[in-house]
Design a binder for this molecule. Structure first.
Ligand code: SF4
Length: 700
């Protein structure tokens, strides 16, 4: 802990990093934050924290913070600091000029999963009112959009089923495509506590993640599948459960749709879904798949069935079949009766602090707040009445569509809040070409990020220490973010958006962020009972929170699924189009490490920790030997999209043929090589599978 003296007061708030949503006490002395102490009453963390939340907050005071609005005519011009009024009037005029020339739908916005619910809500409202279209998307597009689609199709709502504490009632834990000890450390520790008590663990992941080997919690079964074959694996697990009669017949009969289940059974029983057939794709021996299926289905119980819980992350969603895999996991849980009580469920581990909230708040081109279709006249009507104008009934563009249309020349203006698409989105060359084509790009952020290189207006945003509002974590828990300091640039982030809206011609006005939440509650049935007062009184609220559940809902689908009966979906395995060839014989997969966070905008600017200063390429000894690569050598990685250079680390975490890196540093350019392939249902990019070649190079 950085000791800077005894604090004179403290403010309870919520961590701004991952989707665990830990509560913290920000301790302040003389107007300066002196330390962050995990809050013992935090309902997601119970007094625990990880290095990021506890130590990586000094970015809020980094010299790179931009504290004045800035404008420039061309992206080659130097920035000019101006007043808020001038910057907002300039940005609004440029956006209006674009619309005049290219039409109402030629502009749009991207909201941030790092911002509060209230800040996100006003951004989507600005696009729908001030811009007059539905070209609004969120960075959830590139991470958990398949979760929203898949869980909605099967269970009827786009959210995880459990509280984190529910893991303490699990007898078998199935972790697939997630690395909780690095990416969700506080929940990872809770999971390890349960494993030390005797719960049994199955890990399905191409890499040997920490949970596979950690003493006393090590996975009983590790299925190191080839990247891109999740659906084949999940279908094989279901095939074993069904053909061996391990399904929960009573649960299925009572809780699930008969016909959909019968159709699904006919599909899944087919020999093509057997572990032996799947082995040719997954490279995992059939006997291990059979053992994992039996363990999951029985919950490890011999005399009585135990509880089995599924936890998954971006290793499931960021694939061309991301949504299919999510539905496959939901099928598994329904098949074995593992939904609707503590210790079970299908639990997405959300990456960003408010990715759940940014989706809940209607940051999708086809959905208004609360996941209600923009095309539904009655739903639209309720917003029209409250907002006082007619809304566009046509869904707008998703993020990849925005870039495609920008390159094509018809989409010419964007407002991007707290999202560095030039570094985080795949196929960097395409993204940069799109951004370069815009006649007006407004970036609202803490720092001049990579995306801001293409901006005409820069509006300085607020760090979590300067916000008040709410974040919603991976367990649907809405927690308060309380202002510790005033915004360094003088304006609340939601007020910046309101001013832009007014300059665009739509009079959006609030006096406090609590008023915004009151509007969200008024217009969104699942939030109807939510208010700042209630959150403060209870410590947090898990949605749905309304007349049926006045205190909130820790566990969903208890007596029936939100959609009524659970819906089995046929999940045909379709191999990705990204094929290894003689020219590109290795598969690159990407992820995150404990001490860094996403594009590193915050963690790279925090000195009070031992930070990794570079992204490295993890490669198996055999692949390294084949190429004459030694540990620490610089290597060139080439894909069909582009090339980049990284330092090699020979790692026994990797399997032959699969390499791994992170994308925390702008200079590593991992996304220069990733492809345009995307989930068929949601366009979530296939970050996890890129065919590449690696060669020794002398250049850094
Ligand atoms: Fe923050 Fe996540 Fe770490 Fe908790 S686990 S302190 S929410 S980064």
């Amino acid at each position: 802990v950085i000791e800077k003296g005894k604090p004179d007061h403290s403010v309870i708030t919520t961590c701004a990093y991952c989707g665990v949503g830990c509560g913290f006490k920000a301790e302040v002395k003389g107007g300066e934050v002196v330390r962050m102490t995990p809050w013992k009453d935090g309902q997601a963390n119970h007094g625990h924290s990880c290095v990021k939340g506890r130590f990586a907050w000094e970015y809020a005071f980094h010299a790179d913070r931009i504290t004045k609005p800035m404008i420039r005519e061309k992206i080659t011009d130097p920035w000019k600091a101006v007043s808020w009024d001038e910057a907002i009037a300039y940005g609004a005029k440029r956006l209006k000029d674009v619309q005049e020339k290219y039409g109402r739908k030629s502009i749009g916005g991207i909201s941030s999963s790092r911002c509060t619910n209230e800040e996100v809500y006003v951004v989507q409202k600005l696009v729908r009112t001030g811009f007059g279209n539905n070209n609004i998307d969120t960075c959830a597009r590139v991470c958990h959009s398949p979760t929203g689609y898949g869980l909605n199709q099967t269970f009827g709502t786009s959210a995880g089923t459990q509280t984190f504490d529910s893991v303490m009632d699990a007898d078998v834990i199935l972790v697939i495509g997630a690395n909780p000890t690095e990416a969700h450390p506080v929940f990872g520790s809770q999971m390890k506590r349960r494993l030390r008590q005797g719960a049994r663990l199955i890990v399905i992941d191409p890499r040997v993640i920490d949970l596979v080997k950690t003493p006393h919690v090590a996975a009983e079964l590790h299925l190191p599948l080839k990247p891109g074959t999740n659906v084949a694996m999940i279908n094989a697990l279901a095939h074993v459960i069904l053909t061996e009669g391990l399904e929960d017949k009573a649960y299925i009969k009572e809780r699930c749709e008969d016909q959909a289940f019968a159709d699904w059974c006919a599909f899944i029983r087919d020999e093509k879904n057997s572990p032996e057939m799947a082995e040719q794709y997954t490279r995992v021996v059939a006997a291990d798949v059979r053992a994992a299926a039996r363990l999951y289905a029985t919950g490890g119980g011999l005399d009585h069935k135990g509880n089995s819980a599924i936890y998954y992350g971006l290793g499931v969603t960021e694939h061309s079949q991301g949504s299919t895999a999510v539905m496959g996991l939901a099928n598994l849980a329904m098949l074995t009766g593992n939904v609707g009580f503590s210790g079970v469920g299908v639990n997405p581990l959300r990456g960003q602090n408010n990715v759940q909230g940014s989706c809940d708040m209607g940051s999708f081109p086809h959905e208004l707040p609360g996941y209600r279709p923009v095309g539904d006249e009655a739903v639209r009507g309720s917003f029209e009445k409250d907002w006082g104008l007619k809304l566009d009934p046509e869904p707008g563009l998703r993020i990849p569509g925005m870039f495609d249309e920008a390159v094509a020349g018809q989409y010419r203006g964007m407002y991007i809040q707290g999202e560095d698409v030039a570094q985080s989105d795949p196929n960097t060359a395409h993204v940069e070409a799109a951004l370069r084509n815009l006649d007006c790009l407004i970036v609202q952020d803490l720092f001049l990020n990579e995306t801001a290189r293409f901006a005409h207006v820069f509006l300085p945003g607020t760090s979590f220490l300067e916000k008040d509002g709410t974040f919603t974590n991976a367990e649907r828990r809405i927690s308060m973010v309380n202002k510790v300091l005033e915004p360094v640039a003088g304006l609340d982030e939601w007020e910046i958006t309101c001013r832009l809206s007014r300059a665009m011609g739509y009079d959006m006005h609030y006096d406090t962020s609590a008023e915004i939440m009151d509007e969200i509650a008024r217009l969104t049935p699942t939030f109807a009972g939510v208010s700042f007062d209630k959150i403060k009184r209870q410590g947090s609220v898990q949605w749905p929170c309304n007349a049926d559940a006045p205190d909130g809902t820790p566990i969903m689908h208890v007596d029936h699924f939100v959609r009524g009966k659970g819906h089995f979906v046929i999940t045909e395995f379709v191999p990705t189009e990204e094929k290894v060839t003689r020219r590109f014989p290795l598969i690159l997969t990407t992820g995150r490490i404990l001490s860094q966070y996403n594009v590193g905008a915050q963690t790279r600017r925090t000195e009070n920790n031992i930070w990794h200063e570079e992204d490295v390429l993890e490669i198996h000894q055999q692949d390294a030997d084949d190429r004459g690569i030694r540990d620490g050598d610089w290597v060139n990685i080439t894909s069909r999209m582009g090339e980049t250079t990284l330092k090699a680390r020979i790692s026994d975490r990797m399997q032959p043929g699969v390499i791994f890196t992170t994308f925390h540093m702008p200079k590593s350019g991992a996304n220069v090589v990733t492809t345009d392939n995307a989930d068929w249902a949601t366009d979530c990019p296939e970050y996890k599978v890129t065919a590449v070649e690696v060669r020794l190079t002398n250049h850094q």
